[in-house]
Design a protein around this ligand. Structure first.
Ligand code: MLT
Ligand code: ZN
Length: 465
């Protein structure tokens, strides 16, 4: 794209969106040009900030006419570099942040309809104000936007009970690559009429269309919660604890998180937070919630049995909401503490839940032998098989080599190289190595059908042609 074409496009975007809808100054576009971990720097031509679905459609049309690539961006909290532009200076960042409306909450039908730019926490609070629960929850919920949550099929801490975002989206409004608006904002529990096309856009990371609004499924808001932190001798014991918890309070478990000793060490060092049961070995954070009373007694029984069997060596059950929040703060501070410690190679893998102890043991062995000097920060959503096997490295280590070592172990356990963070630009090459050629070919056919000019978030999920 020539400089003149880019300039002409910026002018047309300015005319259509007005001053509030377009950023061009370098200092204004800077926050949109790089991810929060500052690993994927880019340089956009400009940042378009439409305030309505019609304006999103107009931006898409204008960019298409000019042959300019578009990079949809939500809260820019992703960990795979999926929402930032390349360094060409020709891509337009399409920020959805001005589309903040909650279009409706239906506490009886259990749905919430929000625009793409609504902050996840704001949507959660709106559901709570109506006495209901919006179950998607993760550390970045105060900045992540609903559109990004949907476009990345976000996971988080409650997947063990409520599933991924994919299962919580009832309806979707999207703008296609040619600017057409498809309104599928139906709030139906059952809708089996034809292709469930919305699923194509959920998790497509802005490569197939732009999500502008969604109808999300709400759940009953549990009245009672019990949160416990247990120290376990090893991951195999954590697995036995999971089975025990499933048997005793199974339908109430809404989080089952595994935390390694080194993770708690990082949190103590950088966030100044200490575990009430020490940092050695492994810990498990369990949260159960229910509308029925008696949960605390049931959780106490789980703790007692685990201690008796030797599957836990210590444990604490939160006495108040405040104490529960303190326990969660330990878990939620891991990512930021890791970032403060230095360079890390992130892995967002899943394996069958029963394979987690073997995966952790094998990955540790492989790294010790083939990448000496690395340090492992392993933690994650054990209840749904998702481990963040993050590796702290020094200048002598190559990130790609570490990736391949860890993903090799994932393959041996029939796992996935991305459980919840997505592919973005970070895992594009790895995706090709870990999916069957026929799966990649099918993905390319879908991309070609929906984005024939390749202008939607090029180079994300799939490598450029
Ligand atoms: C988390 O679960 O805290 C994040 O998804 C993981 C990460 O920072 O790798
Ligand atoms: Zn996670």
């Amino acid at each position: 794209m020539s400089r003149e074409t880019t300039q002409a496009l910026i002018e047309r975007l300015g005319q259509r969106l007005g001053p509030a809808g377009l950023l061009t100054a370098e200092s204004d576009v800077a926050p949109f040009a790089i991810d929060w971990r500052r690993l994927f720097p880019g340089r956009p031509a400009c940042v378009a900030r439409p305030g309505s679905t019609a304006e999103v459609a107009a931006v898409v049309r204008l960019c298409r006419e000019a042959g300019a690539a578009l990079v949809p961006q939500g809260g820019n909290t992703g960990l795979a570099g999926g929402a930032v532009p390349d360094g060409s200076g020709t891509q337009v960042v399409l920020s959805l942040a001005r589309m903040t409306a909650i279009r409706g909450v239906d506490p009886v039908g259990l749905t919430l309809t929000a625009e793409a730019g609504c902050v996840l926490k704001v949507a959660q609070d709106a559901a709570a104000a109506a006495g209901r629960l919006l179950p998607v929850s993760f550390a970045a919920e105060g900045s992540a936007l609903v559109g990004g949550v949907v476009a990345t099929n976000a996971g988080g801490i409650n997947v063990v009970r409520y599933g991924m975002t994919r299962g919580l989206v009832l309806g979707l409004e999207v703008v296609l690559a040619d600017g057409e608006v498809v309104d599928g904002l139906r709030a139906l529990r059952k809708d089996n009429a034809g292709y469930d096309w919305k699923q194509l856009f959920i998790g497509s990371e802005g490569t197939l269309g732009v999500v502008t609004a969604a109808v999300l499924r709400l759940a009953a808001r549990p009245r009672h919660a019990a949160t416990a932190l247990l120290a376990v001798p090893d991951p195999a014991a954590a697995l036995r604890l999971l089975t025990l918890a499933q048997e005793e309070v199974g339908d109430s478990i809404q989080a089952f998180e595994l935390i390694s000793g080194p993770s708690l060490g990082l949190v103590a060092k950088h966030a100044g937070l200490r575990s009430p049961i020490g940092e050695a070995g492994w810990s498990v954070l369990i949260e159960a919630a229910s509308s029925l009373p008696g949960l605390r007694d049931a959780m106490e029984a789980v703790l007692a049995t685990a201690l008796e069997r030797g599957d836990a060596v210590d444990g604490v059950l939160a006495e108040s909401g405040r104490q529960a929040a303190d326990l969660w703060a330990l878990r939620e501070s891991i990512t930021e503490s890791e970032a403060r410690e230095g360079t890390s190679v992130k892995h967002d893998v899943s394996v069958p839940i029963t394979a987690i102890p073997d995966f952790l043991e094998e990955a540790g062995r492989v790294l010790a032998a083939q990448a000496p000097g690395t340090r492992v920060n392993a933690f994650g959503h054990m209840g749904d098989g998702n481990i963040h096997y993050n590796v702290l490295i020094g200048p002598e280590h190559a990130a790609g080599t570490i990736n391949r070592l860890v993903h090799g172990v994932v393959d041996r356990h029939a796992g996935s190289i991305s459980a919840e963070h997505g592919i973005g630009q970070y895992r594009v090459d790895e995706l090709v190595r870990h999916r069957h050629p026929a799966e990649i070919a099918l993905a390319r056919r879908i991309k070609a059908a929906l984005d024939p000019d390749g202008l939607l978030n090029p180079g994300k999920v799939l490598a450029r042609d």
